[in-house]
Design a protein around this ligand. Structure first.
Ligand code: ADP
Ligand code: ADP
Length: 229
């Protein structure tokens, strides 16, 4: 059984008289332990789908099964709990709290999670053991993003959702961030979906979904990557 089973999902945004059809019928499954990459032009619906899967937004129609339970039936309170208990998010901008050290930023999550790792463990996963006492302004962009990743994984989420995690980084730094995501996937079996334009990601993805105009235009299976796992 897939972790996520998305069927016939549409999303229409309405503002006043204007309707934007962001998703025009998405069918997609995410399997346990895979890295799925979402590619496609700006405005093709990738973020909208990621937000719906992560319980940040609601589908207009269709079903979104998470381990067999339909998120579209959840109350707002259930969705909040679902996000808290099962999903780690990483965004393009790191959203770290500037007045807190790297360690303290991660500890905000570990204090409230059910079965967290320690901030030290989470930061070690992204090779930041020697930066734990630094404040965000003292860290490079790639280091800040790795703190954000440590924060996202510290609660041991079943699923990690990443929206342009290397979008603000140069390509060399981006590769280091992708390596951190790969390591987490390998060591914890975290099911991972990543929106990215980074070419390096094609090698680490198990499957690549190509979006166009609110639909999945094609899907590519990275056989070499699957054979190596
Ligand atoms: P992508 O992530 O592929 O760039 P998005 O999912 O962000 O695409 O956007 C898909 C479409 O939905 C775009 O036309 C975008 O302008 C529109 N859209 C996204 N979010 C909103 C919103 N909150 N309100 C209105 N339209 C939106
Ligand atoms: P309540 O009715 O008290 O809100 P729920 O049965 O809806 O409790 O479950 C609360 C949360 O626990 C859900 O939002 C979901 O995140 C998680 N959950 C419960 N059962 C499952 C399940 N079988 N698979 C995945 N998550 C689950």
């Amino acid at each position: 059984e897939p972790v996520f089973d998305v069927t016939g999902v549409t999303k229409v945004y309405t503002s006043g008289e204007v309707e934007v059809r962001a998703l025009a019928g998405i069918d997609l499954q995410l399997f346990a332990g895979e890295i799925a990459v979402l590619l496609g032009p700006s405005g093709s619906g990738k973020s909208t789908l990621l937000n719906i899967i992560g319980g940040l937004d609601r589908a207009t129609s269709g079903s979104v099964l998470f381990n067999g339970r339909d998120l579209t039936d959840f109350s707002d309170r259930q969705l909040t709990r679902f996000r808290r208990d099962h999903i780690g998010f990483v965004f393009q901008f790191y959203n770290l709290i500037p007045s807190l050290t790297a360690w303290e930023n991660v500890s905000l999550v570990t204090e409230v999670a059910r079965d967290p790792m320690t901030p030290d463990e989470a930061l070690a996963m992204v090779n930041l053991t020697d930066r734990m006492s630094h404040f965000p302004a003292q860290l490079s962009g790639g280091e800040q993003q790795r703190v954000a990743i440590a924060r996202a994984i510290a609660k041991r989420p079943e699923v990690l959702l990443c929206d342009e995690p290397t979008g603000a980084l140069d390509s060399k730094t981006g590769v280091i961030v992708l390596e951190a995501l790969t390591r987490i996937n390998t060591e914890f079996g975290t099911t991972t979906a990543i929106i990215t334009h980074n070419a390096g990601i094609q090698q680490i993805a198990h499957r690549v979904f190509q979006f166009l105009d609110g639909r999945i235009a094609s899907m590519h299976v990275n056989e070499a990557r699957i054979a190596a796992t």
